[in-house]
Design a protein around this ligand. Structure first.
Ligand code: 13P
Length: 255
């Protein structure tokens, strides 16, 4: 196996931050800082900011993503946005199954599966989030939880569709808390996910799938995390809101 088979992906998850005007300013600040990146660079923004983000990022190496999408193409789903709609405005990436969606908005493994299906059907690249809560880690069931979340989400996804899937391992206890998984802890669970991909698909699929770590990744700890064999990138919250910090993480991934 060769880590070089996988091009790192550094994605910012802006969560519920930034107006369209702030979006433009942040992307404009980021563009020159990441222009020479030797990894994929993505910023995922609130729906309201997507047009501004696409416009600001046009012609640069920064790709834009949404933070969720619905499983239906259209219909009576107040407040939701479909994968088809994202595709229609040219958004290439979407985060699905983020722990904040699971925690606060009733997202389940099954809705994550359905949203993933819709995104893939519409040609979007999915950043599929999985991860255990603190209690699950303390109970020693992290691997079991992460395997189940991943397996259900990928139910129905064929091997040739895996090129559209990035998996983000985000231990919930590390998100927004300043508590980062150690590089070894991050690598251990990313390796469990990769082994599951080999089991469900093939060794070749496992060798090629991009698995990110997320959870208090920042410009200080990124290099050590990204150096791990099974960690192919990062999904970054807080530090993605500051151009210089995010750019340093991109730089660490480009080495
Ligand atoms: P923080 O980097 O703020 O911990 O957030 C991580 C995250 O949830 C990215 O999706």
């Amino acid at each position: 196996m060769d880590k070089a088979l996988r091009r790192p992906v550094i994605a910012g998850n802006w969560k519920m931050n930034n107006t369209p005007e702030q979006t433009k300013a942040l992307i404009d600040a980021l563009k020159p800082l990441v222009a020479d990146a030797d990894c994929d660079v993505v910023v995922c923004t609130p729906y309201i900011d997507l047009y501004a983000a696409l416009d600001a990022a046009a012609g640069s190496n920064i790709k834009v993503g949404a933070e969720n999408c619905h499983w239906a193409a259209k219909g009576a789903f107040t407040g939701e946005v479909s994968a088809e709609m994202l595709k229609a405005i040219g958004v290439p990436y979407v985060i699905i199954g983020h722990s904040e969606r699971r925690q606060y908005f009733g997202e389940t493994d099954l809705t994550v599966r359905d949203r993933t299906r819709a995104a893939v059907d519409n040609g979007l690249k999915v950043i599929l989030c999985v991860g255990e809560v603190l209690e699950e880690r303390q109970l020693g069931i992290t691997d079991e939880i992460v395997r189940k979340q991943t397996k259900v989400a990928l139910d129905g996804i064929k091997e040739e569709e895996l090129a559209s899937i990035i998996i983000a391992y985000e231990p919930v206890w590390a998100i927004g808390t300043g508590l980062t998984a150690t590089p070894a802890q991050a690598n251990e669970v990313c390796a469990v996910i990769r082994a599951l991909i080999a089991e469900l698909y093939s060794k070749d699929a496992a060798d090629h799938i991009v698995i990110q770590y997320g959870g208090s990744m920042n410009d200080g700890n990124a290099a050590d995390l990204l150096a791990q064999y099974d960690v192919d990138g990062g999904l970054i919250g807080g530090a993605s809101l500051v151009a210089e910090k995010f750019a340093k993480i991109v730089e660490a991934a480009s080495k």
